[in-house]
Design a protein around this ligand. Structure first.
Ligand code: C2O
Ligand code: CU
Length: 698
């Protein structure tokens, strides 16, 4: 799937560039035809038209091939928006320009003008398509968009026709020649450049976020075919700090509006487990030997491993010692009540230096999860503000055998980027007695996808994203591909020789490794990984967990199309952007649901890189990938690694009211647009984000 996708999209890309180049040059030649001195450019223009029309046909063929082999969602905007912009002017060229260029009769200025107008209309169409592809991908087309672009093209066609006719008359009348042609061409080029620069600055400025804004925007609400409800009113200039209790407000349908501040865990009661996390700067030594200025919880990276038990009331006090930008704690993979979710500007204000914030929640699940700051996450997680959050099953007496959490993390070191494997608990836990049952909880806290492998022992993947795999087969020599934010639990029996856990770089080499052995010495051979474990094919088939049985009736179905914008403007800066349904945050869709809804989300990745999509507050059940249902153990994930060209169908039960982020866990992608929200009817948040508020969730 991925290879075919990259090939077809690459082909379409190349053809679009060629179209712009060929029609640009042909446009130049056609422009000269109005001048007596340039009539001999007729052959060049004729050749350009023919080549250009062939390219349009090839482009259509590439789109058709993509449709046929990948599906409608990969071409819908190509067909609805781009195709008419190429096909209609191409027909115009074939009907009006080519016959005039083909003849042997002397080309009159009037017919030259007519040909030039058609050809320039085609040039405009080709440039519009290139613009759409690089700067403003439509993704999910809507009729208004198609009509707007077609109207622009039609207007261009009319104006060009009038312009060229007038010019042809003037040229003949005044006998204008090479000099005029050169001057006018230079003039037009210059005006275009000035216009482009002006547009660039204007668009850059327009992209700036307001100093303070709500994180969800009613105009972006999508209802997925379910009941439509009016957005609960958002804060505007309402008081933000110390906001408490019910406001008298009611939604239009009469039901009470709930603020996220009310959606807390139990506020009273003796906690079963109590922790303190102190966010502080600290120079730390990495396993790679480098020393870096890290941002830490409790002076270490990873932060302390928080181990709790299913059903526990957990209380965590977050204290910010000296992280100037402020911090929060998000419990990644744990479906906590909304107010405990740790997203600044949505569920709380960032905790500033000297301040503290207490999280309290009951854990209703088990497994390997992690916590991290969600304030400027793309900086703070990278800098080290993360740690493990392990929930043991209620009935399991103790952590049995050797139970170790291992993080893979990417660091910026004085020698450039380095990948490290961190054991969550310091001290020499690498000594393991033969015969011991080992559980390695692998967490990828980096943004890049990592491939782990285990050498020297056969193993099972016992859990993914904290979800127990049913009947995991014993396997060997296979790679485990974990996207940013994802977790795999690996179990094995310690043999009497050393075992290596290795991490493979994207180019294939080993980028880090840890050894386990009876006395802490010796090494295991790290061979190549033959294949990757496919989570949809692994484990024993079993019926889907309730309520996701056969023939589920969904209350809402959403489409999430992931695209890249090659040149974009975002909050006053130029960068490549990452789009959902053709938009970047805050214009991305907001999925609006009602409590109890069964929701289906279809994710289509049309960009050239993977996106580990993470929905807060919910686990999603994997229905299918590329149209094929899972064949192994059922899977409930919180971070779904969607590869280029893939389509995943996911389902979840809307059973945790609130306002929830849904974003790519390549945190730079989220920071450059790939973030959106899931919101429940009648839930509102008093918090705001932006420069003036100090809240920056990405
Ligand atoms: Cu682990 Cu919103 O993130
Ligand atoms: Cu991404």
């Amino acid at each position: 799937m991925t290879e075919r996708f990259l090939l077809l999209y690459g082909l379409e890309f190349m053809l679009t560039f060629l179209l712009a180049i060929v029609w640009g040059l042909t446009g130049l030649a056609a422009n000269g035809l109005k001048y007596a001195a340039f009539r001999r450019w007729r052959r060049a223009a004729r050749f350009g038209c023919r080549a250009g029309v062939v390219l349009v046909l090839l482009w259509c063929a590439a789109v058709a091939a993509t449709w046929y082999s990948l599906g409608w969602e990969f071409v819908m905007d190509r067909i609805a928006v781009m195709l008419p912009l190429l096909a209609l002017p191409a027909m115009l060229v074939v009907r009006t320009a080519l016959p005039r260029l083909r003849g042997t009769a002397e080309l009159t200025p009037e017919s030259a003008a007519h040909a030039a107008a058609s050809i320039h209309t085609m040039t405009v169409g080709a440039l519009l398509v290139l613009y759409l592809l690089l700067l403003d991908i439509p993704s999910v087309p809507d009729a208004r968009e198609s009509v707007a672009y077609l109207a622009a093209l039609a207007a261009a066609a009319i104006l060009l026709r009038l312009y060229h006719r007038r010019r042809a008359g003037i040229i003949r009348l005044r006998g204008q020649g090479i000099r005029t042609f050169a001057l006018r061409t230079a003039g037009w080029t210059l005006s275009a450049a000035v216009l482009l620069a002006a547009w660039h600055l204007w668009s850059l400025d327009r992209s700036k976020f307001p100093a303070s804004m709500p994180m969800i925007h009613p105009e972006t609400f999508e209802y997925g075919g379910g009941a439509v409800f009016p957005p609960a009113d958002m804060p505007g200039d309402r008081e933000i700090h110390g906001h408490h209790g019910h406001h008298a407000a009611a939604a239009a349908d009469g039901s009470a509006v709930v603020s996220v501040t009310e959606l807390t865990g139990p506020r009273t009661g003796e906690p079963d487990r109590r922790f303190t996390l102190v966010a502080q700067k600290k120079r730390i030594e990495l396993p790679t030997g480098h020393t870096v200025e890290a941002w830490t919880f409790n002076g270490r990276v990873p932060g302390p491993e928080l181990v709790v038990r299913e059903g526990d009331l957990v209380e965590v006090e977050l204290i910010n010692k000296d992280i100037d930008a402020g911090v929060t704690v998000h419990w990644h993979g744990v479906d906590v009540p909304n107010a405990e979710d740790g997203v600044p500007g949505v569920t709380q204000n960032a905790v500033m230096p000297g301040e503290s914030h207490t999280y309290r929640f009951v854990v209703h699940e088990t497994g390997s999860h992690w916590y991290h700051s969600h304030q400027t996450a793309s900086i703070q997680v990278v800098k080290g503000l993360f740690g493990a959050f392990v929930i043991l099953p209620r009935d399991e007496p103790d952590r049995a055998g050797a139970d170790l959490t291992v993080f893979s993390h990417d660091w910026e070191t004085p020698d450039g980027p380095r990948t490290a494997l961190h054991l969550a608990e310091p001290g020499d836990r690498r000594i393991i007695r033969p015969g011991t049952e080992v559980r390695l909880r692998l967490v990828n806290s980096a943004s890049l996808t990592k491939t782990f492998s285990l050498h020297g022992a056969s193993f099972r993947v016992a859990a993914i994203d904290g979800w127990d795999i049913r009947g995991p087969e014993e396997t060997e020599g296979i790679g485990l591909k974990i996207g940013g934010g994802g977790r795999y639990d690996v179990t094995f029996t310690m043999p009497d020789h050393p075992v290596a856990l290795a991490l493979h770089g994207e180019e294939g080499g080993v980028s880090a490794a840890v050894m386990f052995s009876r006395d802490g010495t010796g090494t295991a051979d790290i061979g190549p990984v033959a294949a990757m474990l496919d989570p949809l094919e692994y484990g024993a088939p079993a019926p889907a967990p309730a309520p996701f049985g056969e023939n589920i009736e969904f209350d809402r179905e959403f489409l999430m199309v992931l695209d890249q914008i090659y040149f974009g403007h975002y909050n006053g800066r130029s960068n490549a952007l990452w789009a959902i349904n053709g938009e970047v945050f805050p214009h991305t869709p907001t999925y609006a649901v009602e409590e109890g809804d069964l929701v289906k989300v279809r994710i289509v990745n049309r960009s050239l890189v993977y996106h580990p999509m993470h929905l807060h507050g919910h686990h999603v059940f994997v229905l299918s990938r590329n149209g094929k249902p899972y064949r192994g153990s059922p899977l409930m994930l919180d971070t779904v690694l969607v590869e280029p060209g893939e389509i995943w169908e996911l389902a979840f039960r809307a059973d945790n009211p609130g306002v929830w982020m849904d974003h790519c866990h390549v945190l730079e992608h989220a920071a450059w647009g790939m973030a959106m929200h899931l919101t429940y009817a009648n839930v509102t948040t008093p918090y705001l984000a932006g420069e003036a508020t100090g809240n920056h969730p990405e």
